[in-house]
Design a protein around this ligand. Structure first.
Ligand SMILES: [Zn+2]
Ligand SMILES: [Zn+2]
Length: 330
């Protein structure tokens, strides 16, 4: 099969002909239709994450595929079913975090497109218990970004609590989906883009943001909570400066540049800083139930599989409005 292979971080992905993976016990084999490109893939490529990825590696953890084979004991899906594979590829179910319903923090978790091969390929295998049925209203391309940008963003939104005035710092793949959910929930969204990115600000307003501006600006009102999607540590401090008493500021990324020192005054009055890590299956089920009700529509730029490197570079440069998706087969 064709796959885009990462041999070493920093080295361009290589189009290779590799053996098709075969499903083990409890696994299904998928013919990949689409695979979303995530900011995390860039962090893997840049060797910015703690720990070591499998190498060589097939990245990609927002996979929409069709079930073409089932391993021993795998009975959850029928051949031909369309399923999604997220970042959490497997959790042990037995560690203290899993037993507390926090499998996103599992000490032995395996992540798709990091510890195991992912979806930048014609076929992949996945543990069936960690896959999701895809809502029928979504096309293969539109469904892909929901599987990480959407559902890890959704977990971040839940961590922000009941905030009515919510700031989104960095308005890319994740924020453009969550903006729609937040507006649907009756929240008021304030969107922060790179300074001077008037196209990005117009994009945010078009999706229901009440106000959009550059990230060095203060919003016209205090924020009751904020999610920092961009991997830029100083934005955590800017979000605190924009926040009302009791506000929660959550980083939604897996990596972030250093957060500068700041005066305790900014944190005082029960403001909190926090982070979101990974997802639980419950997060995924919740988002995939809510998304059609909103209804969420992802803005998607598509690339053929062999242009995965270009998609990564366009994502890095902020050239993509919404989400980048590899179309592997149609
Ligand atoms: Zn991701
Ligand atoms: Zn566990």
């Amino acid at each position: 099969m064709r796959a885009m292979v990462l041999d070493q971080p920093g080295r361009p992905l290589r189009l290779a002909d590799v053996p098709e993976p075969e499903p083990g016990p409890g696994e299904i084999k998928l013919a990949v239709r689409t695979c979303g490109v995530c900011r995390t893939d860039l962090h893997i490529y840049d060797a910015e994450l703690q720990g070591e990825p499998k190498l060589p590696l097939v990245m990609g953890h927002q996979i929409v595929g069709e079930v073409v084979a089932a391993g021993e004991g795998a009975r959850r899906f029928e051949l031909g079913d369309r399923v999604g594979v997220p970042w959490l590829g497997w959790a042990d179910g037995t560690c203290r975090y899993c037993r507390e319903g926090r499998e996103n923090l599992c000490e032995n978790a395996r992540f798709t497109g990091y510890d195991v091969d992912g979806g930048y390929a014609e076929f992949t295998v996945a543990a069936e218990d960690f896959c999701f049925p895809i809502p029928p209203m979504y096309s293969d391309t539109e469904a892909a970004p929901l599987l990480c940008a959407g559902l890890i963003g959704y977990r971040a939104l839940r961590l922000v609590g009941e905030a009515e005035r919510i700031g989104f710092y960095g308005f890319g793949s994740s924020a453009h989906i969550l903006c729609q959910v937040a507006v649907h929930e009756g929240r008021r969204v304030f969107a922060f883009t790179r300074d001077g990115d008037t196209d990005g600000q117009a994009f945010a307003r078009g999706l229901g943001a009440e106000w959009a501006g550059g990230s060095s600006e203060l919003p016209p009102e205090e924020l009751d909570g904020a999610i920092v999607f961009a991997a830029v540590g100083p934005l955590m401090v800017r979000a605190l400066k924009a926040s009302a008493r009791g506000a929660r500021v959550i980083s939604a990324g897996i990596h972030m540049s250093e957060i500068p020192a700041f005066s305790y005054d900014l944190l005082w009055e029960e403001r909190t800083l926090g982070s979101v890590a990974n997802l639980t299956r419950a997060d995924g089920e919740d988002l995939l139930r809510v998304a059609p009700e909103v209804p969420v529509h992802a803005a998607v730029t598509t690339y053929p599989l062999e242009d995965a490197q270009q998609a990564l570079e366009d994502a890095r440069a902020g050239r993509i409005e919404g989400s980048a998706v590899l179309v592997v087969s149609e």
